[in-house]
Ligand binder design. Sequence first.
Ligand SMILES: [Zn+2]
Length: 128
Amino acid sequence: MKFSTLKSIYQCKCPRCHEGDMFLRGKLLSPTKFTFMNKSCAHCEQSFEPEPGYYFGAMFISYGINTGIFIAAWIALTVIKPDYSLTLLLTLLGVAAIVFLPFIYRVSRSIWIAIFIPYRGDDRQPSN
Ligand SMILES: [Zn+2]
């Protein structure tokens, strides 16, 4: 996997041209609008929802990312405060899940679409 592909996933850019935005700009921290996606790429017209329910598999990617964050938070808490309570751990995990939700939501969808739609440079013919 190329660095530019990883960068486009992190920045939620179109997997096909790495130029257009998948999500509305500036809405990452909006509690009601961080899920809003563009219908297609403004640069190459690649559809961001090729079929209904396309992003169902992104849930599993989100699950994996959340598991990694939870394990990291658990290890950090164990190192920082070895005599932590279960309430503190669950509170920390809940806060981490809420704080990272918009980012994980977007990145998991970006990873999912990048798995199925390869980078094709700057040709402007959309593929499903
Ligand atoms: Zn594009």
